[in-house]
Design a protein around this ligand. Sequence first.
Ligand code: HEM
Length: 119
Amino acid sequence: METLYQRLNGKEGITRIVDDFVAAHLANPAIKARFENVKDIDHAKRMGVEFMCAGAGGPQAYTGKDMLEAHKGMNISEQEYLAVMDDIVAGMTHEGVDDATKGEVIAILYSLKGDIIRV
Ligand code: HEM
């Protein structure tokens, strides 16, 4: 069976997914203000690609902050968390990722919520 990384179409597919969902975040009224204020959005996107590649079992190392460190002090709400998850699902749909694979990614993301929501 193909690995999760392969089913996300590897680094190229993950890069397209991250480009798609960051653009969606910047257009999403629930969260756009969070992302408009980021000083280096390209760096944040690179970290997002590394994070997804490493988390999906790809060969890349993640060199960014851990999730608690990255989101501490932002006081992110449950609603904002869902908005981010929805945009990520839409990005995977646009990439042609199958439903079972999308479910696996969502389960992984959901497991991180304690380090992201209201920290
Ligand atoms: C679904 C779970 C989430 C994951 C996996 C995730 C992942 C990440 C990663 C990997 C970074 C880069 C860290 C670094 O620069 O070293 C980051 C930064 C960031 N995240 Fe999240 N995130 C999630 C949810 C959220 C939510 C819900 C919000 C707010 C609506 C948010 C807002 C931000 C912002 C604003 C930054 C950029 C900080 C900066 O560079 O100034 N994240 N996130």
